[in-house]
Design a protein around this ligand. Structure first.
Ligand SMILES: NC(=O)c1ccc[n+]([C@@H]2O[C@H](COP(=O)([O-])OP(=O)(O)OC[C@H]3O[C@@H](n4cnc5c(N)ncnc54)[C@H](O)[C@@H]3O)[C@@H](O)[C@H]2O)c1
Ligand SMILES: O=P(O)(O)OC[C@@H](O)[C@@H](O)[C@H](O)[C@H](O)CO
Length: 404
């Protein structure tokens, strides 16, 4: 079959393979993956296919697809080919965690420099995909920083960063669901990629059919992370403390589901007040938790809680909405309580959680809350949030200082 064109997907992990790869492949695009994990690159190349299992969360129907005939580049060992691929692809799409932003921004800057060297008159379209409030601004700033001043006009003329919302829930199979496919992804079946509606896309002859062009995706990202991801992670931190490992169990767990629900209510009210959103019905609020009661799709709470220190960040899923709440006279009681549960999260396979435990032991919880959450106690709102988290932590710890 003739391909519509070629897409370079930077980040061949869960979302890169399970959402972007699956959607572009189904729509008839030639896939090139680029990743800096040499083992993954070599393994994917050798296996030469992967499968995606997709569950419709409303009907519980399952669908399976096999993706093949793709190319895989190592961003370090195949650097020149990778930079050329950025220039030559019809679309570049990223599916990255924040720790990769700086390097990939440098790579995009290198592609701009190469375009300048070659005097090529091209427009490189890059859809940015990651759970990150301020994603466009962050990449734009990093790319500009990585470029010599005289190349800034080339960047502005030749590269277009486009916000997108990567939102399929995608995970790696646990031991019970493993198949012979080493690179299998299990997830939901969201059929569209929400992409910022920019003129450059409307002018494009061949637009992927699954692109849903929308205005103001910066706000959509705030809504997604500060209300949606807030619920998931609240539920995960609380349930993991009781040894629960999957979303369907957590969504039935009395404390985890209740705290997550109230955190969702606070988060939505804070965000709605800050960004002038309409009120949400009780049914909509409850659904943010009950959607996870689906037995057909059990997401891993360890995946949801992964890299806890990142999740304590000021513009991440807890503190982003918590600050909106405080600003608008709402006490983020459940949000900070659920965040406090995060300080108890331990998973020996998650380096950030191991680091967290070590730091709490060495520095004390008071210091760790301030540094992980970047809270400055001389600032009024920061001080309130700090006290809420610390008091919740003491309560969860359950030690009575009077008995010591
Ligand atoms: N997994 C999900 O269900 C899901 C859902 C929605 C949004 N997201 C968001 O999508 C993003 C990716 O998440 P994921 O779950 O796919 O993570 P992942 O860890 O499975 O995949 C990220 C991939 O990026 C690669 N990478 C790291 N540095 C790189 C670099 N410099 N150049 C190229 N590749 C590099 C890693 O090797 C890895 O394969 C995150 O921001 C996440 O929050 C994930
Ligand atoms: O990807 P993270 O680590 O930022 O967050 C974990 C999950 O909350 C997240 O991946 C969600 O499942 C996803 O954002 C759903 O759209």
């Amino acid at each position: 079959m003739d391909k519509k064109g070629c897409v370079l997907i930077i980040g061949a992990g869960r979302s890169g393979r399970g959402m972007l790869g699956e959607l572009f492949d189904r729509d008839g695009w030639q896939l090139i993956f680029a990743d800096n994990d040499t083992q993954l690159v070599e393994g994917l190349r050798k296996q030469n296919y992967y499968t995606v299992q997709m569950t419709d969360l409303s009907t519980n129907e399952n669908q399976e697809r096999r993706i093949e005939n793709f190319k895989v580049l190592d961003t370090v060992n195949d650097y020149d080919e990778y930079i050329d691929a950025i220039i030559n692809a019809d679309y570049v799409a990223t599916a990255l965690k924040p720790d990769a932003f700086k390097q990939v921004a440098k790579d995009l800057a290198a592609a701009v420099a190469r375009l300048a060297d070659l005097k090529l008159n091209k427009k490189v379209l890059v859809t940015l995909g990651a759970n990150y409030v301020g994603l466009y601004q962050t990449f734009d700033t990093l790319i500009r920083k990585a470029l010599d001043t005289e190349l800034i006009p080339v960047y502005e003329a030749s590269m277009c960063l486009i916000m997108s919302i990567v939102n399929r829930k995608n995970l790696l199979p646990d031991t019970a669901h493993k198949t012979e496919d080493q690179y299998r992804i299990i997830g939901d079946n969201k059929p569209v990629l929400r992409v910022e509606d920019l003129p450059v896309l409307r002018e494009k002859a061949e637009l992927p059919a699954f692109f849903r062009l929308e205005k103001n995706l910066d706000l959509a990202m705030v809504y997604k992370i500060w209300t949606g991801n807030l619920v998931q992670c609240s539920m995960a931190f609380v349930a993991l403390k009781d040894g629960i490992e999957y979303t369907n169990e957590a969504a039935h767990h009395p404390k985890a589901s209740l705290y997550a629900y109230y955190a969702a209510v606070e988060g939505y009210n804070g965000v709605a007040a800050e960004y002038h959103l309409p009120p949400r019905s009780d049914e909509e609020a409850k659904k943010t938790v009950t959607i996870f009661r689906n037995e057909e799709f059990q997401d891993s709470l360890h995946r949801i809680a992964r890299e806890p220190i990142r999740k304590f960040g000021r513009n991440d899923r807890f503190l982003g909405p918590a600050f909106c709440c405080i600003k608008h006279g709402i006490v983020p009681y459940y949000i900070t309580k659920c965040l406090a549960y995060g300080f108890f999260y331990y998973n020996e396979h998650d380096p950030q959680s191991v680091e967290l435990r070590r730091r709490i032991e060495n520095e004390g919880i008071e210091q760790v809350i301030q540094s992980c959450c970047s809270l400055h106690l001389e600032a009024e709102y920061d001080a309130i949030i700090y006290q809420l988290i610390l008091n919740a932590y003491y309560e969860i710890l359950g030690k009575n200082p009077l008995d010591e």
